[in-house]
Design a binder for this molecule. Structure first.
Ligand SMILES: Cc1cc2nc3c(=O)[nH]c(=O)nc-3n(C[C@H](O)[C@H](O)[C@H](O)COP(=O)(O)OP(=O)(O)OC[C@H]3O[C@@H](n4cnc5c(N)ncnc54)[C@H](O)[C@@H]3O)c2cc1C
Length: 332
């Protein structure tokens, strides 16, 4: 709690499941409030039946959970969700509003801030108190080359967007029961401006949640060599990622991009193959526990961050290493 006001987490409900980023937000808010009772509140929006999802938030130290239910909230449209969340903000009177930057969250945070006529800060890496007790929000700027600190007051509350997987969820909190508070989402007059023809949410495993990520860069030399990245990722039980340069070249998809403008990952193992280690790439993977870099230039910046380095041609390394891993797993 900052003063007597709680921090409000926008708890994104993805088809009846809370997005993993919600638990990161809860942990960050708990740290900031020092675990004060009633210090963390949340708002969950969704179709009728969403209340069942809301109760899970009690296990991560959230006290009051504001629930806005409406059939229009079944679809991930920022316009309708922002209206419902704004109604909850008016009820909760928070000191800060935290939004995880999922596909919906990235649009939702600025939309909500505009609707509430308050400030918005995106890409937050860290939240802490400054010496005056105000909240300090640390974010990368200039393509990740520099970090900026924003000092925000509790009134009016700022909206802060944060990247998934930039902080640990830590232990679960006590799990004491809080309150469920119903919110009128105010969608009576809402007019559909966009007709959804395809659900934009990705299905399947996400890079942000992977324990192993194997990413390829320009050093692969050709689109067809990205297959080697996919094979090694599969053998290691992980997911394939990519530098933005090869996404721009069309060798990998946008969803596979790791970095400042892509996914932020923090796996146990990150293998960077033919990637130089530009600051914008590092912004998305330097939180990985163990980094292995494969690059035939021993002066490549990525080696400064790697625990293990391989200075070979990646096209020689990939098939040989993948084959050894298969042998070790007994799958060759
Ligand atoms: C605003 C902004 C946002 C950005 N966001 C992102 C982002 O989110 N993610 C991101 O990745 N980038 C991002 N970038 C781009 C970033 O600056 C770099 O251009 C990009 O990361 C470089 O990709 P790369 O390492 O694959 O290519 P390069 O920098 O060209 O590096 C290729 C590396 O491969 C090595 N190599 C060459 N041949 C071989 C071989 N045969 N075997 C082994 N190694 C070899 C080379 O030594 C070199 O180090 C952003 C840039 C800007 C300006």
């Amino acid at each position: 709690m900052i003063g007597s006001k709680p921090i409000l987490i926008v708890a994104q409900n993805e088809g009846g499941r809370l997005a993993p980023v919600v638990f990161e937000g809860a942990a960050a808010a708990r740290r900031l409030t020092g675990g004060a009772s009633g210090g963390v509140a949340a708002v969950v929006t969704g179709p009728p039946g969403t209340e069942a999802v809301a109760k899970e938030l009690w296990s991560v130290g959230v006290a009051d959970v504001y629930v806005a239910e409406h059939t229009l909230l079944a679809e991930p449209r920022p316009e309708s969700h922002a209206l419902a969340i704004a109604a909850a903000v008016r009820q909760a009177d928070p000191s800060l509003i935290l939004v995880g930057q999922t596909f919906l969250g990235r649009d939702l945070a600025p939309y909500l801030a505009a609707m509430l006529e308050v400030g918005v800060i995106m890409n937050a890496l860290e939240l802490r108190h400054d010496s005056s007790g105000a909240t300090e929000v640390v974010c990368p700027i200039y393509g990740g080359a520099v970090q900026a600190s924003y000092h925000v007051s509790a009134s009016p509350p700022s909206v802060v967007g944060f990247q998934p997987a930039t902080r640990s969820t830590e232990e679960r909190a006590s799990g004491s029961r809080g309150r469920i508070l119903s919110v009128d989402p105010g969608l009576g007059e809402f007019k559909d401006k966009v007709k959804l023809v395809e659900r934009p949410l990705r299905s399947g495993p996400r890079l942000e949640e992977a324990k192993v990520v194997v990413s390829g860069g320009v050093g692969l030399g050709d689109a067809k060599n990205y297959q080697g990245i996919e094979e090694l990722a599969e053998v290691l039980g992980g997911l394939p990622g990519a530098s933005r340069a090869i996404v721009d070249l069309g060798w990998a998809t946008r969803a596979q991009q790791v970095g400042l403008t892509g996914a932020r990952v923090s796996p146990d193992l990150y293998v960077a193959v033919g990637i130089s280690g530009a600051s914008q790439h590092l912004a998305g993977m330097s939180m990985s526990k163990v980094i292995v870099a494969v690059n035939n230039d021993p002066k490549a910046p990525i080696f400064k961050y790697a625990r293990y380095g391989v200075t070979l041609d990646c096209l020689e390394f990939l098939p040989a290493f993948t084959s050894e891993c298969r042998k070790l797993k007994g799958t060759s």
